[in-house]
Design a protein around this ligand. Structure first.
Ligand code: GLU
Length: 306
């Protein structure tokens, strides 16, 4: 295993308390306003961290500049405030941290684990599995996409809710992109580097990201990072059975209704209701009675929400 020599900034040293048994996080992308599904994720990651006497951090995942939805970053911050989710450190923004991602690419490059790829989307066609055609070309890195080599062995992990999950990256996906041709760092790379640098031990997020996990574990292994624990939550669905998402215009969280929405999110997570009160008190009670055994199994929850 490689040892990490990506320098920690003073900010991150303050956040990632090494040796701590549980460090969790909520990592929204500002691609639209937060919705009820985001609240379920924020609440579960918060309660799980606090119930383990752990640390809870917030990170805004804004590397994909063209997909940022105007105003959504401030809506995220307003919601955290209104729902009284208090992180244990400064909120970090990935767009300020590009050097750390470049440093990780440079380390992988030294080990010949990444290469430049000139294939256009058109050349790749409809195949979702990249055949590795640029592997041997030794193209210069500038102005090309950067791909990481995947191994042949399957990657498996045991999710706290979803159980054993395995994927063979070489047959199901192929070498995947860490930096796009336009310079944008992929979600996969940024999330792995930041989870490591923030000292995250536990990832709690929606099952829509379950299939990304093996890629992230693979990258973490190549960079010599510690393994994380994962808990992928069932997704809140609307009454037409569609997952709530920014893309299908899920209703933004209404901060005027914070206590009612918190209560509904707790119920969606199978937790006993708490007394309606100001959010901080509701959260304290929710942490006290947090029980992951009550979270519905499976990948979807039907939620009633306003
Ligand atoms: N930024 C991702 C999203 O908003 C979540 C990333 C993660 O939790 O790993 O969907």
């Amino acid at each position: 295993m490689l040892s990490s020599h990506v320098p920690l900034t003073p900010l991150l040293q303050k956040q990632g308390r090494s040796g701590q048994a549980y460090v969790g996080r909520f990592a929204p992308s500002p691609t639209g306003p937060l919705h009820f599904g985001s609240l379920v994720t924020a609440l579960a990651s918060y309660c799980d961290a606090r119930a383990h006497q752990g640390t809870w951090l917030v990170r805004i995942e804004d590397t994909d500049i063209p997909r940022i939805y105007p105003g959504s970053e401030s809506h995220i911050l307003q919601c955290l405030d209104a729902f009284e989710f208090e992180p244990d450190g400064d909120i970090i923004f990935q767009k300020d941290r590009l050097e750390s991602y470049q440093a990780a690419i440079a380390r992988l490059k030294q080990q010949a684990l990444v290469y430049a790829c000139q294939c256009t989307r058109k050349q790749l066609g409809s195949s979702h599995i990249y055949a590795g055609s640029c592997r041997q070309l030794m193209l210069p890195f500038e102005q090309q996409a950067i791909r990481v080599r995947v191994g042949d062995q399957p990657i498996c992990f045991t999710d706290r809710l979803q159980g054993r999950h395995c994927s063979s990256l070489s047959t199901e996906l192929g070498d995947f992109v860490l930096r796009r041709r336009d310079g944008i760092i992929s979600y996969q790379l940024a999330v792995v580097v930041d989870d490591h640098l923030q000292g995250i031990t536990d990832v709690v997020r929606g099952t829509d990201l379950l299939d990304n996990t093996e890629r992230q574990i693979w990258l973490g292994q190549l960079l010599g990072y510690s393994e994380l624990r994962y808990m992928h939550l069932p997704l809140a669905m609307n009454d037409q059975g569609q997952k709530l998402s920014k893309q299908n215009m899920a209703q933004p969280l209404d901060i005027q209704k914070a206590p009612e929405l918190l209560q509904q999110a707790l119920i969606a997570l199978g937790q006993p209701p708490v007394e309606l009160d100001r959010p901080a008190r509701m959260l304290a009670q929710a942490v006290h009675q947090w029980n992951t055994a009550l979270i519905p199994r499976g990948t979807a929850i039907q939620a009633t929400f306003q």
